[in-house]
Design a protein around this ligand. Structure first.
Ligand code: MG
Length: 365
């Protein structure tokens, strides 16, 4: 591994010391704890963009997280940094997501507006630090500092002050590890690329509208110019595959170049560098933004998705009001927050789409 990678040696370790495993390094252990967690299993039934029951072919939070992990590992391997840590952060990065995707989070944030708000990023940390109950000696998963730090991608200054050592970097304006930075951009690569794919297969985005994206159309022309592929779905697959490759290749080369020119030699240099070292080149950054713009205009705001968002709002609000008045129905393991509103939010955030809908239907009866 390169000298600027996070290692067991330079790690700030776990909050509660544990004996070393003879078989796995600390970051592999973190990863395994995440995979064994209940919150991770529930990602299978949580919306990414399309609600779970819209169809079995679309991405869920779980398949999204696996794609992010896959991309993060590939980039980390090429950069010779800590692949295990990157994988861990990627698998955990969306653990705090509510049912029904971003609409669910907005609704829960609205319900919690007088009680400290709700933010999925902070919630992911809450899941691994507190809400998972599996081990005799501690609540949560007792992950290493670096895994926890990577999960907390952003955070308000107000919340940072409550987080002690982990919040320090937001106050001091320092950077996170390269591994966490890799996951952040891998997340962007994964969701942009798979949303184009899901958008196409859902018939919301047709080939003409995909070709309005400059990056797509360039890669599409390259794929078509071979003259070999007749099937349109395969052409789209190959185009997205080529785009994904270009993004991964670009971020790897650009970041390694930045590290070299700025003579970054250890994790301290990474943290003290004024901005992220893992970056796309400017041309690719512009191209990716072009994809984002199109997805915003044509997919995320499409009728079918908006209808789901509206429904999500009423489901979450109604669950919230229901449990606030019937706190005896909130399972004991959630009744650990400072106030009942937070306990209810923790419980609702942990629900899968289908479980939330099932409860909603019984309340409405
Ligand atoms: Mg994500």
């Amino acid at each position: 591994m390169n000298s600027y990678a996070v290692t067991e040696k330079n790690s700030r370790a776990r909050a509660i010391a544990e004996p070393k495993s003879p078989l796995r390094n600390d970051f592999q252990r973190d990863r395994d704890r995440i995979i064994h967690s209940a919150a991770f299993r529930r990602l299978m039934y949580k919306t990414q963009v399309f609600v779970n029951h819209e169809g079995d072919m679309f991405r869920t939070r779980l398949s999204h997280s696996l794609e992010v992990a896959q991309i993060s590992r590939g980039i980390s391997r090429s950069m010779e940094i800590n692949e295990d840590l990157a994988e861990t952060i990627a698998l955990a990065h969306d653990l705090g997501h509510t049912p029904f995707g971003h609409a669910g989070q907005d609704a829960l944030n609205h319900c919690m507006k007088n009680y400290g708000g709700f933010e999925h990023n902070l919630q992911s940390l809450r899941v691994v630090d507190l809400l998972e109950k599996r081990y005799a000696n501690f609540d949560g998963l007792n992950l290493t500092f670096e895994s926890r730090e990577g999960i907390l991608k952003h955070c308000s200054l107000k919340n940072a002050r409550l987080l002690g050592e982990l919040g320090q970097r937001f106050i001091e304006k320092k950077q996170t590890s390269l591994e966490a930075q890799v996951v952040d951009l891998s997340d962007a690569i994964a969701y942009n690329m798979h949303d184009l794919d899901d958008g196409y297969r859902s018939n919301i985005l047709d080939l003409d509208s995909l070709n309005e994206i400059e990056f797509f159309s360039e890669c599409h022309d390259e794929v078509v110019s071979s003259g070999l592929i007749k099937d349109q779905q395969i052409v789209v697959n190959e185009t997205i595959r080529l785009m994904t490759y270009r993004l991964i290749d670009d971020v790897t080369k650009t970041s390694l170049e930045l590290i070299k020119t700025n003579k970054i030699s250890d994790i301290k240099d990474v943290r003290n560098f004024g901005k992220n070292l893992v970056q796309f080149s400017e041309p690719l950054d512009i191209k990716l933004k072009g994809c984002q713009k199109k997805l915003r205009e044509s997919l995320y705001t499409h009728n079918r998705i908006e209808m789901m968002s509206k429904k999500a709002h009423s489901v979450i609000e109604s669950l919230f009001n229901y449990y606030i008045n019937k706190t005896e129905l909130v399972p004991d393991n959630y009744l650990i927050a400072d106030n009942i509103e937070r306990s209810v939010a923790d419980y609702i955030a942990g629900m899968t789409d289908r479980f939330a809908l099932k409860i909603f239907e019984t309340i409405e009866k």
